[in-house]
Design a protein around this ligand. Structure first.
Ligand SMILES: *Cc1c(COP(=O)(O)O)cnc(C)c1O
Length: 497
């Protein structure tokens, strides 16, 4: 199976080449030349399999140039029970007769990014071997919190790779900052930037587009790469849990085999929900994919109106992992829905770059409305949802998950659709504890308390266990102390590499 670019280039890359490259040289994203179709038998056969076995079945349809041993080795290293606190890896929890929650945060960093970033480094190493790459790979990450920590944890002590994470010193939560500056691993660096997330991201982009700088490092045997969600090696593993959760719904008798279900996905860069689209196209019985956004609602407005307008100020919300104006992975969906019209995609993406706006045709818009439903949750509504989920179901949801739940409630009111639904939960509530405590117990409860105080408060008051990886973060040694100005990112790289 070859991979081709959404902007028209067909370099005849296999999956190892696409994973190594990350993005295509024409600026487009790699997609498989065809989406593999599966039979009902294929799905039925998954019923007796565990997560790793399901992962093998699904991933082997896409990473065809990986041998069985190679692929199984990657899967076993990624989803082992020492790294994930739930043996089921991605458990489904019932809420009521209609709605269930798929928890994607039982990995080492307590956020859904682990589902892909635990396996991507292994794909990467194998891809380097398979393409006879002899350079050391340095992964550069600009992060607003979750991705940085998940990349550090995923690439920890992986031979032939290094990771340098840049995070805004005052732009991440205290828990997220502690997670990154106490990170162990000889090949890892976390560096704080005096500035915001955009400064960190612009700095990284600047490095990736500085040809002289890149050439200079190449001649020293160092190749820069990225671990962000446009890499096919991050998207493919996310298709797996749509299958595993469907199987869980069947096994717990919530649905009959073959019955269609909805998924609600808290969305930022459109990676997670796009994996759901792939699952549906493959043949998994999915009714609607419900896209949930926060106050940064550019994407949800686009799915409704067909007009993408990113001429807005980015707001800092209590669900920061979804604070995004340009959802990169949308390009892959548009490519499929326009029957792979790469010239149209190039025109739209050019407009987005030049004018921060483009409008799609009616036909594509209709296809979107058939597949998706979209809305957003305001800050106020998100807090309220955290509160009522606890009051009504004793379920403690993080802010991102609460956005999804609120949008699902809006969906039911608007459509009266009673199809069984899986709400995708993307972070442990402990990662965003101050907003969660405020949502459940009110503003007074968080006054004058540090995030560490709030960890234990949330645990005691709601009777839920603090994940081991978040315990005693404040007592761990601080291993990464660098705080730099944004102008100095290149200089620092030259120094540490
Ligand atoms: C990254 C992230 C999201 C958004 O996922 P996308 O694939 O970018 O749409 C949602 N919630 C959390 C907690 C995340 O870390």
């Amino acid at each position: 199976m070859y991979y081709e670019s959404t902007r028209g280039l067909k370099p005849k890359f296999n999956s190892a080449q696409a994973i190594k490259a990350g993005i295509c040289e024409d600026g487009g994203l790699f997609v498989p030349e065809t989406i593999p179709e599966i039979s009902q038998e294929f799905i039925k056969d998954l019923i007796n399999l565990d997560y790793k076995q399901i992962a093998y079945k699904v991933l082997s349809l896409y990473l065809k140039d990986f041998s069985e041993d190679e692929l199984k080795d990657c899967i076993n290293k990624a989803y082992d029970s020492e790294k994930f606190t739930s043996e089921r890896i991605a458990p489904v929890v019932g809420i009521n007769k209609i709605a269930s929650i798929l928890e994607l945060w039982h990995g080492p960093t307590c956020a859904f990014k682990d589902m892909a970033l635990q396996i991507l480094p292994h794909f990467m190493v194998k891809s380097l071997q398979k393409t006879n790459e002899n350079k050391e790979i340095v992964i550069l990450v600009a992060t607003s919190g979750d991705t940085g920590k998940a990349a550090l944890e995923g690439f920890k002590d992986i031979a032939g790779t290094k990771v340098v994470v840049f995070f805004p010193n005052k732009g991440v939560s205290e828990i997220q900052r502690l997670q990154m500056i106490t990170q162990k691993g000889g090949n890892l660096n976390s560096i704080a930037i005096n500035g915001n997330f955009d400064d960190a991201q612009n700095g990284v982009k600047e490095i990736f587009t500085d040809k002289d700088f890149i050439e200079d490092f190449l001649s020293k045997g160092v190749k820069f790469s990225s671990a962000n969600s446009i890499n096919w090696g991050r998207l493919a593993p996310q298709i797996v849990y749509y299958f595993s959760s469907y199987i869980d719904m069947v096994k717990s008798n919530k649905i009959q085999f073959g019955e269609k279900i909805n998924f609600v996905v808290p969305t930022g860069n459109f990676g997670n929900i796009l994996a759901g689209y792939y699952a549906k196209q493959m043949g998994l019985p999915i009714n609607k994919l419900i896209c949930a956004a926060n106050d940064n609602n550019v994407l949800s407005e686009f799915l409704k109106s067909g007009i993408y307008n990113s001429k807005k100020d980015l707001k800092k919300t209590i669900s920061p992992s979804m604070d995004i104006l340009v959802s990169s992975n949308l390009e892959r969906l548009l490519y499929e829905l326009t029957d792979r019209d790469s010239s149209l995609i190039r025109i739209w993406m050019e407009k987005l770059k030049e004018k921060s706006e483009y409008k799609i045709d009616e036909d594509t818009k209709r296809k979107i409305h058939d597949l998706f439903w979209a809305n957003y949750s305001t800050e106020e509504e998100t807090y309220k949802t955290i509160g009522h989920m606890y009051d009504e179901y004793r379920y403690v949801s993080d802010t991102h998950t609460a956005v999804a739940i609120d949008v699902y409630e809006k969906y039911v009111i608007s459509t009266a659709d009673m199809t069984k639904t899986v709400i995708v939960s993307t972070a442990s509530p402990f990662k965003f504890n101050s907003s969660v405590v405020k949502g459940i117990f009110g503003e007074d409860k968080i006054k004058n308390k540090s995030e560490n105080d709030l960890l234990s408060l949330l645990s005691v008051e709601c009777n839920v266990n603090i994940p081991n990886s978040l315990k005693d973060l404040d007592k761990k040694d601080i291993l990464h102390k660098l705080i730099i100005n944004k102008e100095d990112m290149k200089k620092i790289l030259t120094g540490i590499l």
